[in-house]
Design a protein around this ligand. Structure first.
Ligand SMILES: C[S@@+](CC[C@H](N)C(=O)[O-])C[C@H]1O[C@@H](n2cnc3c(N)ncnc32)[C@H](O)[C@@H]1O
Length: 332
């Protein structure tokens, strides 16, 4: 891990197109009943930094649990169908988990291409900085959503040898069940035999643990959620009175998901000019900002199979209730 031969580049999204996409999502989401905003917009530069802080909280245990599994089983994962010539990580965040996995590579391992796809430029920059310490890796970051990122990456050619796709941190939990299967299938499409997917998923656990993970006593998750208002004010000229919205996290057992909301503490008028929004929002009215589905081990297996993968090995952290599954690209 001398960093002698790491090559690193980040391909940022075009700024105008990104702002236009954000404005369209805000226009659409805030006009719906109930009002809602896509979760991916929580991750601007401050949002990504706040997420990193959440990962260090004692109540958000899945990051440490998953990193522990990667560290203990990394050699087996990387050797399963490998050596892999390429690792593609979807929603890599700051790259800490990939660094943990790479640290288990044997000395003198074959060169490796790393493709990172994330909507957050700040997260990609942090990941590139962290991963440049590894020898023999070629890191390319794409600032894009999963769908566009997979398309871009495929455009770069796949014929480099076996590929491992990472979808960690229970990123899959932001997708409704049907969309989660659709994402699995989209990931599966460009893969061939010998390629694999490593999926990290958060499992159902006691409600009290979930509420602490999504509404922590330090208020970091609340800041992460409310920062979306700050972002709309800064990027779209909004006039949200940030102090008059509170964070709310609830467990929905029927849907098996945590839900996050921004709740208005008073009746007020809000304008977001770049999104064409001029709305009255009532006291107690909520804007829905995140779903985070919680799984059973069997549910994860089923989702992978419906998406065209064959689950081969799974590791469970029983304490934090988190599962890591290595699945092979199968036929549909
Ligand atoms: C919950 S964080 C997890 C980060 C990392 N995988 C981990 O386990 O620590 C989700 C990451 O995915 C990115 N992200 C969220 N929605 C996305 C989307 N639709 N397309 C691409 N990236 C997305 C965010 O910017 C963030 O870095």
């Amino acid at each position: 891990m001398t960093g002698a031969s790491a090559r690193v580049s980040v391909r940022p999204a075009a700024r105008d197109a990104a702002i236009e996409g954000f404005a369209a999502a805000v226009r659409d989401g805030l006009s719906r009943t109930p009002r809602q905003l896509p979760t991916r917009y929580l991750y601007d530069s401050l949002g990504s930094a706040l997420f990193e802080a959440i990962c260090r909280l004692p109540w958000y245990r899945i990051t440490r649990a998953e990193a522990g599994l990667l560290s203990r089983h990394g050699t087996g994962i990387l050797g399963a169908y490998g050596p892999f010539a390429r690792i593609v990580e979807l929603g890599s965040g700051g790259g800490g988990k990939l660094a943990t996995l790479l640290a288990t590579r044997p000395a003198g391992a074959a060169p490796l291409r790393l493709d990172l796809i994330d909507v957050s430029r700040a997260a990609l920059d942090a990941a590139a900085q962290l991963l440049r310490a590894f020898d023999g890796v070629d890191v390319v970051g794409y600032q894009a959503d999963y769908e566009a990122g997979i398309g871009d990456m495929v455009g770069q050619g796949t014929g480099r040898g076996p590929a491992l796709v990472l979808l960690l941190g229970s990123n899959i939990g932001n997708f409704d069940p049907a969309d989660a299967v659709a994402l699995m299938r989209r990931i599966r499409e460009p893969l061939g035999s010998g390629d694999a997917l490593l999926l990290g998923a958060d499992l159902v656990k006691p409600e009290a643990d979930l509420l602490l993970a999504y509404d922590d006593p330090l208020g970091v998750t609340a800041a992460f959620n409310r920062n979306l208002l700050v972002r709309m004010n800064r990027e779209l000229g909004g006039d949200f009175d940030v102090a008059s919205f509170r964070h709310r996290a609830v467990w929905n057992p029927a849907a098996s998901r945590m839900e996050m909301y921004l709740v208005s503490t008073r009746t007020q008028q809000v304008r977001v000019p770049a999104a064409g929004i001029d709305m009255a929002i009532r006291q107690g009215e909520a804007i829905w900002t995140e779903n985070s589905y919680k799984y059973t081990v069997e549910g994860v297996t089923e989702m992978l199979e419906q998406g065209g993968f064959i689950p081969r090995t799974r590791w469970v952290d029983e304490d934090a209730r988190f599962v890591l599954t290595l699945a092979e690209a199968g036929g549909f």
